[in-house]
Structures are given as structure tokens and as C-alpha cells.
Design a protein around this ligand. Structure first.
Ligand code: PAF
Length: 280
């Protein structure tokens, strides 16, 4: 497995691979890799000749400087894991290779980016759009893989590639959970053991909402049922919402196409999770 650090080198690599007729699967990450990321590498491995993974902690998507500074950076262990997962190339650039100049563009991402994370983390999706567009231009993959834990991010990236007519398939991959049900996240390593127990309430709240809907409750009642679970533990809830899965709008009625989404701080660490609400 080879590691690239410059924009020029990764661009040349992708051009060469394309000329050879090889298909490229791309997994963009911010490092601190865990089984969730490795499952994306495996998905990419199954469907493409070549797998490229980027490890880049993108400053422009952090709306709090402390969050950026505290974000775990574990490149050596990331590289080991990627080798074992049979990844072909890693792109681990310094910031000025990705953004030689500050990107001041305002990306048109539509309604899907406005609420939930969009409302609670001003500028976040603009920063995500900026880095994902740039990385996609450099790696020029046939397919790019994103975890569905960041469901709204996945929807925003789909909107981005549609709006900017980028020729790449965006593949959403299932959430990977620990045995306890806790969704895997690079941020989990900052939780104490007690914090990890508390954090389980996020998944519990999502399942509670699902049970409520299945038991015949309305969407509003199911949301309340989810929120009640989160009132019983020491978390700072940012939102718990049930939305239409297709565009994250508020549901006018109960359908089989809903998703519950939650964001909360546990021990000051911001966690998100979601669950597709199937009726059976
Ligand atoms: O999901 C992430 O890890 C990041 O938001 C991404 C897509 C790699 C962009 O920095």
C-alpha cells in the first residue's frame, strides 16, 4: 500500500488508473479509523479494481475550534488498519495540498442541508461540500463510499454531486454498531466507560421511537417517546427528530420511509445516530 501526500501525485495516480481502465473506489475519512470505516473499505474492495482512502482532518467543517483541535489523529494506526483491509492507496495530505488557498465558495446544497446538523453546526456542510468536491476532483473515483451514521451528510453529498454534475456514484453504507448498540464513531474514544454507557441511550431512544410507531402511535408521540429516554440520562440533547428519509423534510403522515435522527453531547462530546423506522 502506497501513501501519497501531494495533490499532484494523487491526481497523476488517478489519471494513470483511469487510462488503464481500472475502476476506482474511494473512501474519504478524517482518520481515527474504526470498524465502521473498514466496512467502507471492504464495500469499495468488492466493487472496484482499486481502493483509495483519504485521511484528512478538514478544518473547514469544524464550527468549534476546540472540536477540531481535539479530533483524534492516529495516522500510524490508520495506515496499519488500511493495509490489513487490503486498501491500495492512502492519500494523507497536509492542509495546503487540499486547500492551497482558502475556499470561500458558498455551495448550493438545497433544503436537505438547512435543518438538523445544518442548523446546529453553522457552516459545517459548506465545509464538508468544499472538501468532498476537492477530494473527488483529485481522486476522480467511479464510486465514493460514506457511512450512513452521518445520514444527512450522505444526503448533502448526493445533492452536491447532482448540483455540480459530478460523475461519481455515492454509495451509502450501513451503520456499524458495537455489540452494545453504540454506533461506531471516531469520537467514542474520547468517552469514559461511564460516558459510553450513557451514550447507549441514543440508540435506545431511536429504538423506543420505532417501537412507539409500530405500536400505532403518531409521529409526534414517537418523537416524544424517544426524547423521554434521553431525559433520563446526563446528556445534552440537541435534537431528536423523525423525518422523511428521502429529503429529511417533516413527515405529513406515517409512512414506511421515515428515519429518526438524534444528536446529543455526552461528557461534552457531540455524538449523532439514526435509525430507519420500518413498520415491521
Ligand atoms: O465523514 C467524514 O469523515 C467527513 O465528513 C468527510 C466525508 C471525510 C469529509 O471530511
Amino acid at each position: 500500500m502506497q501513501t501519497f501526500k501531494t495533490a499532484k501525485s494523487i491526481l497523476e495516480l488517478s489519471e494513470k488508473l483511469r487510462q488503464e481502465g481500472q475502476t476506482i473506489g474511494f473512501v474519504p475519512t478524517m482518520g481515527a479509523l474504526h470498524e465502521g470505516h473498514i466496512s467502507l473499505i471492504k464495500k469499495a474492495r468488492e466493487a472496484n479494481d482499486i481502493v483509495v482512502c483519504s485521511v484528512f482532518v478538514n478544518p473547514s467543517q469544524f464550527n468549534e475550534s476546540a472540536d477540531f483541535e481535539n479530533y483524534p489523529r492516529t495516522l500510524e494506526s490508520d495506515i496499519k488498519q488500511l493495509k490489513s483491509a487490503d486498501c491500495d492507496f492512502v492519500f494523507a495530505p497536509p492542509t495546503d495540498e487540499v486547500f492551497p488557498e482558502k475556499d470561500t465558495a458558498e455551495y448550493e446544497l438545497g433544503e436537505v442541508a438547512r435543518e438538523l446538523e445544518g442548523a446546529h453546526r453553522p457552516g459545517h456542510f459548506n465545509g464538508v461540500a468544499s472538501v468532498v468536491k476537492r477530494l473527488l476532483e483529485l481522486v476522480n473515483p467511479h464510486r465514493a463510499y460514506f457511512g450512513l451514521k452521518d445520514y444527512q451528510q450522505y444526503a448533502v453529498i448526493k445533492a452536491l454531486v447532482k448540483r455540480y454534475k459530478m460523475d461519481v456514484d455515492i454509495v451509502g453504507c450501513e451503520i456499524v454498531r458495537e455489540r452494545s448498540g453504540l454506533a461506531m464513531s471516531s469520537r467514542n474514544i474520547r468517552l469514559s466507560n461511564g460516558g459510553r454507557d450513557t451514550a447507549l441511550a441514543l440508540y435506545r431512544s431511536l429504538r423506543e421511537a420505532q417501537s412507539a410507531l409500530r405500536a400505532g402511535k403518531t409521529v409526534a408521540q414517537a418523537e416524544s417517546a424517544g426524547r423521554v429516554i434521553l431525559k433520563m440520562v446526563p446528556v445534552d440533547l440537541e435534537y431528536f427528530e423523525i423525518r422523511n428519509r428521502s429529503d429529511l423534510s417533516q413527515p405529513a403522515e406515517k409512512t414506511d420511509n421515515l428515519i429518526a435522527l438524534v444528536a446529543a453531547r455526552v461528557e461534552g462530546i457531540r455524538l449523532i445516530d439514526n435509525l430507519f423506522l420500518n413498520m415491521e
